[in-house]
Design a protein around this ligand. Structure first.
Ligand code: SF4
Length: 215
């Protein structure tokens, strides 16, 4: 069972509809704050209502989200994400997905690259807006880029290495650091341990659901 945390009143209304996603998506695609990302490539695919769990990844990948228009879709990281989500027992329809950097970052040879800190900083207003729209109970930060970006919205002391799969109170919700589903993360965290991390996420989600149903 989770220790008690005072949830924001607004977070109690899961499933509430909102209307401003097309507006956000249009503004993100028109945004040119970052000169080194692919212009107009912002991927915003949010549900039209609040969700209890929000995943924040790094940035769209050229073979995945940037191609399909859906975060964690169409590439090998997406396949691993689906596997981990199943381990957590979370249906994709129950969650919302976004990235710390909405546009596609490529290197000089056209390959995916890690987003720059300046790009994550420039995209913070959009990430804040997504948080306020989706109003999750749990925010799962997938990797160090996402965890650092969230820490710029409201400071925390979490690190991936020390706090992986530990739910911590943050901004009126639970923040849970997890390794990014990309294959490279297995260097730092074997996949079988990542499966256990995501099962822990599922337990947090079910604990919160049980509390909400009890009230
Ligand atoms: S990454 Fe974010 S801040 Fe940068 S250009 Fe794209 S939408 Fe704008």
């Amino acid at each position: 069972m989770l220790p008690s945390v005072e949830m924001r009143e607004s977070y109690a209304h899961a499933g509430e509809r909102f209307q401003t996603v097309p507006d956000l998506a249009g503004r993100a695609r028109a945004c040119r704050r970052c000169p080194a990302v692919v212009p107009g490539s912002a991927v915003v695919d949010l549900p039209s209502e609040t969700r209890p769990v929000l995943f924040v990844g790094e940035a769209p990948g050229r073979r995945g989200a940037a191609r399909t228009g859906r975060p964690f879709d169409g590439d090998t990281a997406a396949a691993r994400f689906a596997c981990l989500l199943a381990a957590a027992g979370l249906p994709r329809a129950e969650v919302a997905l976004t990235n710390a950097v909405l546009c596609l970052p490529l290197d000089d040879r056209g390959r995916n690259r890690r987003p720059r800190a300046a790009e994550a900083a420039a995209c913070l207003p959009f990430l804040t807006e997504v948080l306020d729209l989706v109003r999750p109970r749990v925010v799962a930060a997938l990797g160090a880029v996402a965890l650092a970006a969230l820490g710029r919205i409201e400071p925390h002391r979490l690190t991936l290495k020390e706090h992986v799969a530990q739910p911590c109170p943050w901004r009126g919700v639970w923040l849970m650091p997890l390794y990014h589903p990309a294959a490279r993360s297995a260097v730092h965290r074997p996949f079988r341990r990542q499966l256990a991390d995501w099962r822990a996420l599922g337990e947090v989600y079910r604990s919160l659901t049980a509390i909400a149903n009890f009230r």
